[in-house]
Design a protein around this ligand. Structure first.
Ligand SMILES: Nc1ncnc2c1ncn2[C@@H]1O[C@H](COP(=O)(O)OP(=O)(O)OP(=O)(O)O)[C@@H](O)[C@H]1O
Length: 230
């Protein structure tokens, strides 16, 4: 369980507040531009520290812990694949910064590539993959990293609707089924409706506690109505 206990955080003139619990499953993070969605994810990942309050994971305070020392992995829109490394080497970075892998590590990389349907393409460089395949390679690295909290910051926004649905299905079948706590920032409310168990609305610097997707869209609060333009 990810817990925000009276969190308050300043970035320049902007203040974000959060007091909420997020459990396992796929949680969509939605809300107007500039509302604070990326700031929230940066705080969970450890790129920003709260000025007051605590973010904790399973009861352990994460304050002051470096990003690499948190139970968290993050996937960005540009996939963060290094162009000079092969797909297998990029995925293997989840196990550490070295490129020489043991036989057991190579098997783990191969297994995870098969799970995202890139079993034959591990030797290629990212530039020789399609956009959808690059997204799957980045997801393979997240799977191999094996952290309980996964942050997707508009990770699939550049893909067309069919590929995005394919990626979200893969997220569902891998990360969500494995019981991970997945937070997905999206600008597409229909993605939230189709895939998310629950929704966190972030507007005007306030992080609302998660609500069930069906209940939220059936009776949208004012902040969501304003965002949806309804
Ligand atoms: N480094 C910074 N210095 C000053 N202000 C910042 C900084 N980073 C973000 N902000 C401000 O914080 C607010 C929240 O930004 P944030 O990126 O979290 O919003 P968002 O909901 O993710 O927006 P979008 O949907 O457009 O990506 C904005 O007003 C932004 O201008």
């Amino acid at each position: 369980m990810l817990t925000f206990d009276n969190v308050s955080l300043r970035v320049g003139e902007f203040t974000l507040t959060a007091d909420a619990h997020v459990g396992p499953g796929l949680t969509a993070v939605i809300g107007p531009s500039g509302g604070g969605k990326s700031t929230l994810l940066s705080a969970i990942a450890g790129f920003l520290d709260p000025d007051a309050g605590q973010i904790s994971w399973d009861g352990r305070d994460l304050s002051g812990r470096a990003p690499g020392d948190r139970p968290v992995t993050m996937l960005f829109q540009d996939n963060n694949l290094f162009p000079h490394l092969t797909v297998a080497q990029n995925v293997g970075l989840a196990l550490g910064p070295r490129l020489r892998m043991s036989a057991a590590e190579t098997r783990r990389i191969d297994d995870v590539l098969v799970r995202v349907s890139l079993g034959d393409l591990g030797h290629r460089k990212p530039a020789a993959l399609s956009g959808g395949q690059q997204s799957r390679a980045a997801l393979a690295r997240v799977l191999l990293a094996d952290r309980p909290v996964v942050l997707l910051d508009e990770a699939f926004a550049a893909l067309g609707p069919a590929l995005r649905a394919e990626m979200l299905e893969l997220v569902q079948g891998t990360l969500v089924q494995a019981g991970r706590t997945v937070l997905m920032v999206t600008h597409d409310p229909s993605d939230a409706r189709a895939w998310a168990d629950q929704v966190v609305l972030v507007a005007d610097g306030v992080v609302q506690p998660p609500q069930s997707t069906a209940a939220l869209f059936a009776d949208p609060p004012a902040a969501l109505r304003a965002y949806l333009g309804t």
